[in-house]
Write a protein that binds this ligand. Structure first.
Ligand SMILES: O=C(CO)[C@H](O)[C@H](O)COP(=O)(O)O
Length: 225
């Protein structure tokens, strides 16, 4: 029996899979909402849909193998037709915070490479201002304390992400800082300021990238464009 939130994730995940058409190269995001989308794509592939995906995390790659979604990579493909991904927060301008699953760097690459970026969320993730969700920032392990200190000057106390008491290592061999800004009034500027700090690999701020948000809200699905 699925919780209400998981039921929403399943509904929006399956809805998004319907946007994937024969012959498309598809960016596969990460996270528990994307799981349902990949599962659905697996069903569609079994019924004859011809697509190739590029996964944004080892977890997603494993799910693609499990559900029979064929994969490719950027040595063979330069542009993606569509990328489908989740998000941690989406504001009214469709700017987003992502990286709750530590996959933000590869997620940003598949987002930038795609003609269309569809985001699947439940309504609790739609916000007026970004920032309640601590902003994930991927950084190099070297001098991470200094990098964290530089980010703190922008108005937060960064926390090094851990998993089972060990420092979490991203798929790229880096660390993740979770940065609680509380309210981000100018996400574009904050993104640029953080990216100027040497040691920062990428931020979880996705500015002006999403083209369509599929929002699950109770019995309804709303599409925001
Ligand atoms: O950015 C992400 C992973 O880095 C995810 O898309 C985001 O955390 C949402 O995940 P979920 O669908 O599990 O709530």
């Amino acid at each position: 029996m699925l919780s209400e939130q998981d039921r929403m994730k399943k509904i929006v995940g399956e809805e998004a899979a319907a946007f994937v058409k024969d012959g498309m190269k598809v960016g596969l995001g990460s996270g528990s909402t994307v799981y349902w989308m990949i599962r659905k794509l697996g069903e569609l592939v079994e019924n004859g849909l011809k697509i190739e995906g590029i996964p944004s995390s080892t977890q997603t790659e494993n799910w693609a193998h499990e559900f029979g979604v064929p994969l490719t990579d950027f040595s063979k493909v330069n542009k993606l037709d569509i990328t489908i991904d989740g998000a941690d927060e989406v504001d009214e301008n469709l700017h987003m915070i992502k990286g709750g699953g530590a996959a933000l760097f590869r997620e940003k690459i598949i987002a930038q490479a795609a003609k269309e970026l569809i985001i699947i969320v439940d309504a609790s993730k739609m916000v007026t201002n970004l920032g309640k969700y601590p902003l994930p920032v991927e950084i190099l392990p070297f001098a991470w304390e200094r990098t964290a200190n530089e980010i703190s000057k922008l108005g937060c106390v960064p926390k090094l992400r851990k998993k089972d008491a060990e420092i979490l290592i991203s798929d790229n061999g880096n660390y993740i800082l979770d940065c609680p800004f509380n309210v981000i009034t100018d996400p574009t500027n904050l993104n640029e300021e953080i990216k100027r700090i040497v040691g920062v690999v990428e931020t979880g701020l996705f500015i002006g990238m999403a083209t369509r948000i599929i929002v699950g809200d109770g019995e309804n699905i709303n599409i925001v464009e």
